[in-house]
Design a protein around this ligand. Structure first.
Ligand SMILES: [Mn+2]
Length: 288
């Protein structure tokens, strides 16, 4: 393949994450879907796992409306130590229950090297959150795993720092890294973060790894999420990570940015119409 396009892009080549390593792009097989192919893969669920009722109700709904992966935090990295910290292993058990009932694979965050073994036991995809992007011991540890890693960009990380951090995971032998742009800190305070859509074409150009967008943390407002999710499809992202709650007003974490079930259903319809215009598709269940 002709790699001339790399020469007019600033920055260096990346030894393992670089586009020159795998020009056609990495595809990550989740069983029910493949991230990085023609399908636009949606991962949805609550910010935090709060109860069996909350997780299962949300899981059933998002699954039956086209989400391919259930998200849900059991270990929560909260800004304040007095905020809800997550249900920990009890939450992981609820995730397992949701997967058993619906067949949907689950993604959940691991924050600490000491939790990798436990989270690995329950999760289909290990998430490394924004605040952990440069936790190099953690990156080395998930690099030893053989499950996909959803690797979020740090809120103040440059693209170069981000891809070099991804190299830590790849260097451990774990080739299944999914990147995720989730908004960066800028001077702008009207939104929680500034969703950096520039990052998508740039990451796609520099790296062979698939890239998702998280418009929930990228904006901080549920009313903005559909617009930026539609942009995610158009800009060439491989999928979406989105927060959905069955009762957003009662959520223990990130309720303001969580879509209601109805909003999620409408969004999936919109996305399925946009995807074909950019040669992608969304696999909606026939009953929807
Ligand atoms: Mn959240």
């Amino acid at each position: 393949m002709n790699c001339d396009f790399l020469t007019d892009t600033p920055g260096k080549l990346y030894k393992l994450a670089g586009r020159q390593v795998r020009t056609e792009g990495t595809k990550i097989d989740l069983g029910v879907a493949r991230v990085g192919g023609d399908e636009f893969v949606v991962m949805a669920g609550p910010c935090a796992i709060e109860s069996e009722e909350q997780l299962l109700a949300t899981a059933r709904f998002v699954h039956s409306h086209g989400a391919k992966v259930l998200r849900g935090g059991a270990f929560k990295p909260r800004t304040s130590p007095f905020s809800f910290q997550g249900l920990e292993e009890e939450g992981l058990k609820l995730l397992r229950k949701a997967r058993q009932e619906t067949g949907i694979p689950v993604v959940t965050e691991v924050m600490d090297t000491r939790q990798v073994e436990l989270v690995h036991e329950y999760a289909d995809i290990l998430q490394v959150g924004s605040r952990s992007m440069q936790n190099f011991p953690l990156l080395k540890e998930v690099g030893k795993c053989r499950k996909p890693v959803l690797f979020k960009r740090g809120m103040a990380a440059s693209i170069d720092e981000y891809l070099l951090a991804a190299e830590y995971i790849l260097n451990g032998g774990n080739e299944q890294v999914i990147l995720c742009e989730r908004g960066i800190r800028t001077f702008e305070t009207s939104t929680r973060n500034t969703l950096d859509l520039n990052a998508i074409p740039m990451l796609k150009r520099l790296s062979h790894l698939p890239v998702l967008i998280d418009p929930s943390h990228g904006t901080g407002y549920s009313w903005m999420v559909p617009a930026m999710a539609r942009a995610a499809v158009a800009v060439g992202a491989d999928g979406l990570l989105v927060e959905v709650h069955y009762k957003p007003d009662e959520a223990l974490c990130d309720g303001v940015q969580s879509l209601s079930l109805d909003m999620f259903a409408d969004l999936m319809q919109d996305l399925s119409r946009i995807a074909p215009a950019v040669e992608r598709y969304i696999d909606l269940p026939v009953s929807v």
